[in-house]
Design a protein around this ligand. Structure first.
Ligand SMILES: NC(=O)C1=CN([C@@H]2O[C@H](COP(=O)(O)OP(=O)(O)OC[C@H]3O[C@@H](n4cnc5c(N)ncnc54)[C@H](OP(=O)(O)O)[C@@H]3O)[C@@H](O)[C@H]2O)C=CC1
Ligand SMILES: N[C@@H](CC=O)C(=O)O
Length: 426
């Protein structure tokens, strides 16, 4: 019998209990052992629970789990940095294996946790920390171990994808859809980290580190969330054949990497454009394999718990073989970040401008001056005031040139507002 301890019995913890109990027979066949959840840490034992559980298993004292000599695996699904970090490091010191869904912790302190695990011969698996039910970490570590990954592009936050889908398809108001996502258990306890892109940035830190084998830190990720996206942006995107998505984008060229999270106009023909609702997808480009994409639910009780219990199975199999602590996938390459001159993309720019002769010529001259070539220009009269809206799609342009163009636009009288600027994919 393998005994596991659970730190947390919220959305994900509840799913873990359901799967371990509901799939017990299959789990035994797959691992050769019965698996039981022995002890569960919660904040409040008196709270009613969504799953029926023997009250004696619940504790408000973390050390009942960590110091329990019968428990071999600790599953951390409480979230946050502290006290989760202290509990995980202490459990590793006691030789216990860790399964966690905590992307905040793995993005910020993954290196320290993996080093402690290596020193103690322990496993640390964190499949559920990125893209909920999609086994993307195992795919990068194992499925692509023979290839050289050059691009990882993902819709890795279910809450924002749910919000953008409802805004785009139903014209729903941002605040109402956010409340729905919270009620469905998708959003973080502080949903600001979802909508401002931080949750996605943490996940991209993890994916870029594993995909490029260099220790990418959260500070390396340029982050912009979805709170400034307007209905106008979504509508103009639609007219031109694009869907607005919050994309995490990690790229590598000649060993220089860039990682960002930003609202992006995705061409409707690109497979990421049709990933809707709480679904996530991760597009991976490998030099040898070419284009691949992995799709599935990115959040929610049972999808996330599926990944957690799969990690638990991996720990138990390793225990049987006596090989725990051998699959820690620590980075081995020096990290070199791309400069703005090396980061290149197509761009969507929406300008509010004065509607008079020669304005378009002035604008296109600025692009030409900085060597930015244009793919299309659309002018639309704004009925509410005597101005016009100009939507420009550029060809691939480097970030440094684009910054110069935008900075010149800011000082031009004929441009009333640089309304939006988005990267374009596809
Ligand atoms: N929800 C999702 O879809 C996904 C979540 N994750 C990650 O999984 C983790 C868990 O998320 P989720 O289940 O949604 O979180 P919840 O807020 O639903 O649950 C947290 C659980 O941890 C317990 N807990 C929290 N802090 C403490 C503490 N200091 N001491 C004791 N117990 C504590 C709570 O106890 P009590 O019940 O008594 O309040 C609760 O049972 C997070 O790291 C999250 O980022 C990852 C992928 C998807
Ligand atoms: N809040 C997250 C939950 C999963 O990581 C999301 O919405 O994707």
């Amino acid at each position: 019998m393998i005994k596991a301890g659970l730190l947390g019995l919220g959305t994900v913890g509840t799913g873990v209990v359901r799967i371990v109990e509901g799939h017990q027979e299959d789990l035994q066949r797959k691992t050769g052992s019965p698996i039981s959840i022995e002890k569960i840490l919660v904040q409040d034992r008196s709270k009613s629970r969504a799953v029926s559980i023997d009250k004696d298993k619940l504790t408000e004292n973390a050390w009942d789990v960590i110091d329990n000599p019968d428990i071999q695996v600790v599953i951390e699904v409480m979230g946050g940095i502290e006290p989760a970090k202290t509990y995980i490091l202490s459990a590793l010191e006691k030789g216990k294996h860790i399964v966690t869904a905590n992307k905040d912790l793995m993005a910020l302190h993954g290196a320290e946790i993996l080093a402690k695990a290596a020193a103690n011969g322990c496993d640390v698996f964190y499949e559920a920390s990125v893209a909920g039910g999609i086994p993307i970490i195992r795919t990068l570590n194992e499925g692509f171990s023979s290839d050289r990954i050059t691009k990882i592009m993902g819709i890795v936050n279910g809450t924002t994808n749910y919000i953008l889908t409802k805004m785009s398809q139903e014209g729903a108001a941002y605040g109402d859809v956010l409340k729905e996502a919270q009620a469905l258990g998708y959003a973080e306890s502080d949903p600001t980290s979802d909508v401002e892109g931080l949750d996605a940035a943490r996940k991209m830190t993890i994916l870029a580190t594993l995909g490029f084998h260099a220790e990418v830190s959260l500070q390396d990720v340029k982050v912009k969330g979805i709170s400034a996206i307007s209905k106008e942006d979504i509508q103009y995107g639609k007219r031109l054949g694009y869907t607005v998505k919050l994309l995490g984008i990690a790229e590598r060229q000649d060993d220089h990497i860039s990682v960002s999270v930003q609202p992006t106009m995705v061409k409707n023909s690109h497979p990421l454009a049709s990933v809707n609702g709480v679904f996530n997808a991760v597009y991976v480009y490998g030099e040898a394999v070419g284009e691949t994409m992995f799709y599935g639910p990115g959040a929610g009780e049972l999808p996330t718990a599926t990944s957690i219990v799969a990690d638990l199975v991996a720990v138990v199999r390793n225990l049987k073989l006596g090989v725990n602590g051998r699959e820690l996938f620590t980075p081995y390459k020096e990290k070199k970040l791309k400069s703005d001159e090396q980061i290149s993309s197509k761009n969507f720019i929406l300008l509010h401008v004065e509607d008079k002769a020669g304005v378009l010529a002035q604008i296109t001259q600025i692009f030409a001056k900085h060597d930015v070539s244009l793919e299309s220009v659309l002018q639309h009269p704004n009925v509410s005031n005597p101005a016009a809206e100009i939507i420009i799609i550029t060809h691939d342009a480097n970030q440094a040139s684009m910054n110069k163009v935008l900075s010149e636009f800011e000082s031009m009288d004929v441009i009333h507002q640089i309304k939006s600027v988005y990267r374009v994919e596809g």
